[in-house]
Design a binder for this molecule. Structure first.
Ligand SMILES: [Zn+2]
Ligand SMILES: [Zn+2]
Length: 252
């Protein structure tokens, strides 16, 4: 357990949580009636050239989706669920920001379905590494629980403080693990908890569907600290309300 816990920690430190600029390239298309339109391509489909990337610019069929940055209108209140469930432009990244992505001021990047920035692992937790974070909590609480049991069975007074420490830290991590499990099956992140608690736009999703968004469809990889979710999942989460600005998306 301790080995798996350390492996998850190392993977988290070096993982890409879903940095938008590392995964996608946006190309501005024509502007119609003042609305800016963009095509979003997977970065792996683009050809690196000096100082940038070349995309199949004309061929928007090769884009993952085309989007329009729209002003949401009076019926959408600022900072409401409807407001953040739309495509925006991040002025800091100079890049299109998909719905549920947030700009992390510590990383200086927009992160897909950002969960939170974790100072303990020195990285953001987002769509692509939330699973590894959950596994880290699982293996750490199990490992610390095992250590506490061994120390308790030793029943030596000199281990009393160590045993108490292992129980307290293990319990705190286990509570965080339960909270994260709840977040995952409800299809919301820590920074979305309040907004979606009040107005859950994923009501029609089953717990299984929400789980597979983070863990992938292949149950054989669920307990392994590897990425299972495709970045393209971060462009549209199939909520019960239409995503504002999405014009054309490939069926996944
Ligand atoms: Zn940003
Ligand atoms: Zn961050």
């Amino acid at each position: 357990m301790q080995f798996m816990s350390l492996l998850c920690l190392a993977r988290l430190f070096f993982s890409n949580p879903g940095f938008v600029r590392d995964l996608f390239i946006t190309r501005q298309l024509e502007t119609i009636d003042g609305a800016k339109r963009f095509a979003i391509y997977a970065k792996e489909d683009a050809t690196p050239i000096d100082g940038g990337f070349e995309t199949p610019l004309i061929d928007t069929d090769k884009a993952l989706c085309t989007v329009e940055i729209v002003e949401p209108g009076d019926e959408v209140k600022p900072f409401s669920v409807e407001d953040w469930y739309r495509y925006k432009f991040c002025d800091k990244c100079q890049h299109v920001k998909p719905p549920r992505a947030h700009h992390c001021i510590i990383c200086g990047e927009c992160v897909l379905r950002m969960e939170h920035h974790c100072p303990w692992v020195g990285n953001c937790i987002g769509l692509l590494n939330h699973k590894i974070f959950w596994l880290f909590l699982l293996y750490s609480s199990m490992g610390l629980g095992g250590i506490a049991v061994v120390l308790l069975s030793a029943a030596e007074d000199k281990f009393f403080i160590t045993t108490l420490g292992a129980i307290a830290v293990g319990l705190a991590i286990f509570l965080l693990f339960l909270f994260q499990t709840f977040n995952i099956i409800k299809n919301w992140s820590t920074i979305e908890t309040y907004g979606l608690w009040v107005n859950n736009i994923f009501k029609s999703h089953s717990y299984g569907r929400s789980w597979r968004l983070i863990f992938g469809a292949n149950c054989l990889t669920w307990l392994l600290p590897i990425e299972s979710t495709s970045p393209a999942e971060g462009l549209d989460y199939m909520a019960d309300i239409p995503v504002l600005g999405l014009m054309n998306a490939k069926t996944k």
